[in-house]
Design a protein around this ligand. Structure first.
Ligand code: ATP
Length: 372
């Protein structure tokens, strides 16, 4: 069942800025939808329109099928939490959690019961009598989330809730928020520009660019099968390598990619390679993820050849940057600069985009190397 739907929703500010551009998005009951995108792509504006804090210039917003454009924020029954989780400093945790229920004139028994249940779910049951000043950053955040959701909102909206926290705390809370919203089954929209948060927390992720959805899919789907160069280059650390290549199809079950400085041979047995045959004689952009690359011996036929220029030791992995003739490629588990490495591209190609150099700029940017 669809809990929330945006139908062709646009927002143009009086300044002329088009923050959201004819956006369609539906969120199912209990789903965790993450809006991911670079700064200024319209994430917060979408959230504010759902909350009723901003009016769309065009389009419809529906809650449970009903048009809600004219509903006040209160009528929408959404809960919104921001980076800055403010708590009432003079009230205990119990007082903070129970406050929205008291305002709603719930009986003291109900308040007490609901506060106890939620405090247990949030893992703050032993802090109920403390004031916010006596809590850790993570505990404060959990209490603030609890206060936001205690009235069982229709939709829970979170705008970059973790961005002010240090990385250890962020990682812990990421998992907590994710399990909390799922355990209570609240429909959630979570805004972030942090792809790790998006990929780990979302049921589905909407990747936004300039007020439009570039791709809407499961996190795994967006990572494995990006539908545009923008998504391919945006998702993943290190970023996907993008290489210009000219395709030459040969009859003897091989396909040749001319990278300018070298040729790479691919077997037709891979269906993705067969897809490329129709671009015989044309230029394409080849996407290559670092983790898909493994080093092989120098005599490996048809592999990509490169020189390791430098390596980054990250503890759990090492990322090597290779010069493959004008382009750089990331390569895990390969150390030592100056070592010549040959990579079997057969296993590594993820997706190809047909492109024309004279096409629109966003369709055919110069591919950027991973090394920056
Ligand atoms: P960030 O990640 O930096 O918070 P965002 O993706 O949430 O960015 P929005 O805050 O929704 O982006 O802004 C989208 C666009 O609309 C931006 O170009 C922004 O400058 C513009 N914008 C936002 N609010 C207003 C406003 N009140 N008046 C005019 N322009 C605005």
């Amino acid at each position: 069942m669809t809990a929330l739907a945006l139908e062709s929703v646009s927002k143009t500010f009086p300044s002329g800025t088009v923050a959201v551009d004819a956006l369609d998005l539906s969120v199912s009951d209990g789903e965790v939808m993450v809006l991911l995108g670079p700064s200024g792509c319209g994430k917060s504006t979408i959230l504010r329109m759902v909350a009723g804090l901003e009016d769309p210039t065009d389009g419809l917003i529906r809650f449970d099928g009903e048009i809600a454009n004219r509903w006040s924020p209160r009528e929408r029954r959404v809960a919104m939490a921001f980076q800055d989780f403010a708590l009432y400093p003079h009230m205990s945790v119990r007082g903070n959690l129970g406050f929205p229920l008291k305002l709603a004139r719930q009986s003291p028994e109900t308040v007490s019961e609901r506060v106890a249940d939620l405090a247990a779910a949030l893992g703050v049951a032993d802090t109920l009598e403390r004031r916010p000043g006596q809590l850790s950053g993570g505990q404060k955040q959990r209490v603030a989330m609890g206060r936001a959701i205690i009235r069982e909102p229709r939709v829970f909206l979170l705008d970059e809730p973790l961005s002010n926290l240090d990385s250890a705390l962020r990682q812990g809370l990421r998992a907590e928020i994710s399990s909390l919203v799922r355990s209570i089954g609240v429909t959630t929209i979570y805004v972030t520009h942090d792809q790790t948060e998006a990929l780990t927390m979302a049921d589905r992720v909407a990747i936004l660019r300039d007020g439009r959805i570039e791709q809407l899919s499961t996190p795994h789907g967006a990572y494995r099968a990006p539908e545009s160069l923008f998504v391919a280059a945006f998702l993943g650390t290190p970023r996907m390598n993008l290489l210009w290549a000219t395709v030459y199809a040969y009859l003897d079950d091989r396909l040749l990619l001319d990278l300018g400085h070298q040729h790479v041979a691919l077997p037709w047995s891979d269906p993705r390679v067969r897809d490329l045959v129709r671009y015989h004689g044309e230029q394409v952009i080849v996407g290559l993820r670092a983790e898909a690359v493994t080093p092989v011996g120098a005599d490996h036929a048809g592999a990509l050849r490169g020189i390791v220029r430098y390596a980054e030791h990250l503890g759990h992995e090492t990322i090597a940057y290779l010069d493959v003739g004008g382009m750089a490629a990331g390569l895990d588990e390969l150390t030592g600069t100056g070592h010549e490495a040959v990579m079997p591209v057969e296993s590594s190609l993820r997706r190809w985009w047909r492109s024309r150099r004279d096409g629109p700029a966003e369709q055919a940017p110069d591919p950027e190397p991973v090394a920056e």
